[in-house]
Design a protein around this ligand. Structure first.
Ligand code: G1P
Ligand code: ZN
Length: 542
């Protein structure tokens, strides 16, 4: 087989964001686009003699992109690629395979929770040998490489048959096609009390797991229905489709409305959950009660010791800055460290690697632990099931018990989507400029205690990340955070995070939007969202 060196030229804007390079599918399918970025990856990390994991969430173009990446890996001298059957791997399963096989990293094809299809989104990201997303220094080097490269290497060969598990070869490179589910399911079985969960299902516990026609379908069916004995039909939307069946595979109350309706209906099951396109996000719902991701993180941290994998206790916890401080209160009670990092899972990697944190989470429906180096949707679902099985309580009882003990951090995120980029930038610039004068000001009856633009110094490697989001703290402990999304593909998305703490047995049962009404008004007044962006109401509320 021949290796061709294809002459190309740099393509503008191949800059990976917080979760790799994410663009419209048509852009990825354009001439040399995927190839240039993949060559930049191999040029930066080196491919000669190396072993990589490859898989994706099954969205449109996943199969063909996998064949291109395999041919390029072979042309660049890689020794071996471990690829999920059908080029399928959930992001957490890919992270696990990278670690389990002690590989040199992996390429994950996904645009996470963004819709898929010819007119929707596609993405490629590189994960390091520790199983976690490449850090900023590495993605920046990849980007720099895309601005200068003039050729890429491609093997001339037919497609590899990825439909059968087993070993094949592509020129000199070994291709190991593996069952995408098996090793991941075994890992879950090692962490959780499957016997207790099975007994709960045998006892009549009912669940609805909505995979949103995305990658976790096969994982959920194998683990929940086959291994844990949940009733057939527990898993819905369980067949991954290239366009996710037209769904927006983002597990939140807006996009997983079908699940929400079911969980608030008269015949609601005991427990509901959903996961996103690539399986790293999760939403958890009890019968008639929604669990905010920040509360979920806090409950999981407070109860993790009930699962065998965490019996010895947690080394520490970490949350992204915009995530509510609920988990900090748990850490305080447990006497363990808590860390506040910038948005994006990659900031947890060093803390997990260094053994400083065991469980981490983000308000954006991401929770996970040191078992992999990605957030993990099904992991969170299984830890919840384990907790419910041991405590023999409903989700509602677990939550109210938690709030009674720790107080409640009322929390909500308001997203304003597809704002013209220049308007969003002007708004953030004006807000940033106003920060030094905010302390002491009274807005909507709330006194500002302080304000800053969050900067993070990594406690492990000392690296500094500036300008990670504006924080405005009020004297009563309420908080507003504003930042622009780093993952959107259309204009700018403003994320407004709102939080208010209520302690004691009183005032724990308010509707979050009601509890936060004053904080919401203060945020609009301070940021001028209407003045700059012409928006008075958010597009998505979580
Ligand atoms: C969003 C979430 C963030 C998460 C990221 C990747 O990023 O807010 O917590 O890590 O997706 O799933 P954003 O669009 O806000 O930059
Ligand atoms: Zn995702």
């Amino acid at each position: 087989m021949t290796i061709t060196t294809v002459t190309t030229q740099p393509i503008a804007g191949q800059k990976p964001g917080t979760s790799g390079l994410r663009k419209k599918t048509a852009v990825f399918m354009g001439p040399h686009y995927l190839e240039n970025f993949v060559q930049a990856i191999f040029d930066v990390v080196g491919a000669e003699g190396k072993c990589f994991v490859l898989g994706g969430d099954g969205r449109y173009f996943n199969d063909r992109a996998a064949q291109v990446i395999l041919r390029m890996a072979a042309a660049n001298g890689a020794a071996r690629v471990i690829v999920g059957k059908g080029a399928i791997l959930s992001t957490p399963a890919a992270s696990h395979l990278i670690r389990l096989n002690q590989t040199d990293g992996g390429i994950i094809m996904s645009a996470s929770h963004n819709p898929g299809g010819p007119d929707e989104d596609f993405g490629v990201k590189f994960n390091m040998p520790n199983g976690g997303p490449a850090p900023e220094g590495v993605t920046e080097a990849m980007y720099q490489r895309t601005t200068t490269l003039t050729e890429y290497r491609m093997l001339e060969a037919q497609d590899v048959d990825l439909s059968v598990v087993g070993r094949t070869h592509l020129a000199g490179m070994v291709v190991d096609v593996v069952d995408p589910v098996a090793d991941y399911a075994a890992l879950m079985e090692s962490l959780f009390d499957f016997a207790a969960i099975r007994a709960m299902f045998v006892g009549g516990f009912r669940m609805r797991m909505d995979s949103m026609c995305a990658v976790t379908g096969p994982y959920a069916v194998e683990i929940l229905e086959r291994r844990l004995g949940a009733a057939a039909g527990t898993c819905v939307n369980a067949v991954p489709l290239p366009d996710f069946g037209g769904l927006h595979p983002d597990p939140n109350p807006t996009w997983a409305k079908g699940l929400m309706d079911e969980m608030f209906s008269a015949d609601a099951p005991d427990f509901g959950a959903a996961s996103d396109g690539d399986g790293d996000r999760n939403m958890v719902v009890g019968r008639g009660i929604y669990v905010s991701p920040s509360d979920s993180l806090a409950v999981l941290a407070a109860n993790a010791h009930l699962a065998p994998g965490y019996r010895v206790g947690l080394k520490g916890v970490a949350r992204s800055m915009p995530t509510s401080a609920a988990v900090d209160r748990v850490a305080e009670a447990l006497g363990i460290a808590s860390y506040e990092t910038p948005t994006g899972w990659k900031f947890f990697g060093n803390l997990l690697d260094a053994g400083r944190a065991t469980i981490c989470g983000e308000e954006s429906f991401g929770t996970g632990s040191d078992h992999v180096r990605e957030k993990d949707g099904l992991w969170a679902v299984l830890l919840w099931l384990n907790i419910l099985a041991v405590r023999r309580e409903s989700v509602a009882a677990v939550l109210s018990g938690h709030w009674g003990r720790f107080g409640r951090n009322y929390y909500s995120r308001h997203d304003f989507e597809a704002i013209a980029t220049d308007k969003a930038d002007a708004m953030m610039a004006a807000l940033r400029a106003s920060l030094p004068d905010l302390a002491g000001k009274v807005v909507e009856g709330l006194t500002i205690a302080g304000a800053d633009d969050f900067a993070y110094t990594d406690p492990v490697d000392g690296s500094v990340s500036q300008a990670q989001g504006v924080r405005i703290l009020f004297q009563d402990g309420s908080r507003i955070v504003l930042r622009l999304s780093g993952t959107g593909t259309e204009g700018a998305t403003l994320r407004l995070y709102l939080e208010r703490y209520a302690a004691g047995p009183m005032g724990l049962d308010l509707d979050p939007q009601e509890a936060l009404a004053g904080v919401i008004r203060a945020a609009h007044a301070l940021a001028g969202i209407e003045r700059f962006a012409g928006r008075t109401a958010p597009d998505v509320v979580t």
